[in-house]
Design a protein around this ligand. Structure first.
Ligand SMILES: Cc1cc2nc3c(=O)[nH]c(=O)nc-3n(C[C@H](O)[C@H](O)[C@H](O)COP(=O)(O)OP(=O)(O)OC[C@H]3O[C@@H](n4cnc5c(N)ncnc54)[C@H](O)[C@@H]3O)c2cc1C
Length: 262
């Protein structure tokens, strides 16, 4: 038996750098460094663990929709141990929203062939947490989201979803889409051997025509959502220092009450 896993990985602007909007109010992706979304490293890790614990022949493909530099995210996932990568890139993708992204991902997953799709719980830039559910709906397969534990056996994916009051055990027959949380297990660091091996692993590039999609189905033209305005966050002001000379507790309480924290 063989198991084909597709992991969706997003290339995101580095949160430690300055981020901003371009003139058309889309995220400025040209002037910032990017990296593989940290939350997607957990998805890659779970795919690798499923492979390591399986008697089946497991093939892990990592898939990204993003600009040229998004190849860096694919290389990182390949150096962690994924087998091959697919990069969907097209100028018409500029301004694509979550609906459009899910359309492109679903078409690419279908074209690649899959038994299981593994996604992160959310990206670290958009943070919508909706794409896995949208992809599952478009593919017409079950979705088991926000898992902190995941395993595959005999054509069934099983997992645990932890809530505030209870933990649920869930399962779905394959093909299916799952998303995993940051509680699913620390993602491994790529080894030197892994980094070297990644250079030789295949990276396929597809554009919209490869997926039978038209430019007006995605991009700003096809987006269901629009950013209407954005303001720069005001610069931080100096904090208030409470010096304790016997009245520190009272001053602290007054400050908190004044700010409506208590
Ligand atoms: C060139 C380009 C320009 C874009 N411009 C805009 C824009 O102007 N406005 C806008 O709203 N959106 C834009 N997007 C799409 C946006 O970046 C998000 O991919 C999309 O809105 C999904 O929202 P999210 O990141 O919050 O996803 P979430 O639902 O938080 O993501 C959950 C999971 O879905 C998967 N995933 C999400 N996005 C991708 C991806 N691109 N590739 C692979 N896996 C993915 C990951 O596994 C992720 O962990 C653009 C995308 C690209 C590639």
């Amino acid at each position: 038996m063989s198991l084909r896993i597709v992991v969706t990985v997003k290339y995101v602007p580095d949160a430690t750098g300055d981020r901003g909007f371009a003139d058309d109010l889309t995220v400025d992706r040209d002037d910032v460094d990017g990296l593989l979304s940290e939350l997607d490293e957990y998805a890659v890790e779970q795919a690798l663990q499923i492979s390591e614990n399986s008697d089946d022949d497991v093939e892990i493909t990592v898939l990204t929709v993003g600009p040229e530099d998004a190849k860096d995210a694919l290389r990182k996932a390949l150096s962690m141990g994924a087998d091959k990568a697919i990069h969907v890139e097209d100028d018409d993708l500029h301004g694509t929203d979550a609906m459009g992204t899910s359309l492109v991902l679903a078409k690419a997953v279908e074209k690649a062939g899959y038994d299981l799709v593994i996604s992160g719980m959310a990206s670290t830039d958009g943070v919508m947490g909706v794409v896995p559910a949208l992809v599952a709906e478009r593919l017409g397969v079950p979705q088991v989201t926000l898992l902190s534990e995941v395993s595959v056996e005999d054509g069934t994916v099983r997992g645990r979803r932890d809530g505030d009051a209870a933990s649920e055990r869930l399962e779905a027959s394959l093909p299916a889409v799952v998303s995993v949380t940051d509680q699913s297990g620390e993602a491994r660091y790529p080894s030197f051997k892994g980094i070297m091996a990644a250079k030789k692993k295949p990276v396929q590039s597809w554009d919209l025509s490869d997926l039978d999609l038209d430019g007006d189905e995605v991009g700003l033209a096809g987006a269901y959502t629009a950013v209407e305005s954005a303001q720069e966050r005001p610069a931080r002001t100096a904090g208030t220092v409470v010096k304790d000379e016997g009245e520190g507790g009272r001053q602290l309480a007054e400050f908190l009450a004044g700010q409506k924290f208590v």
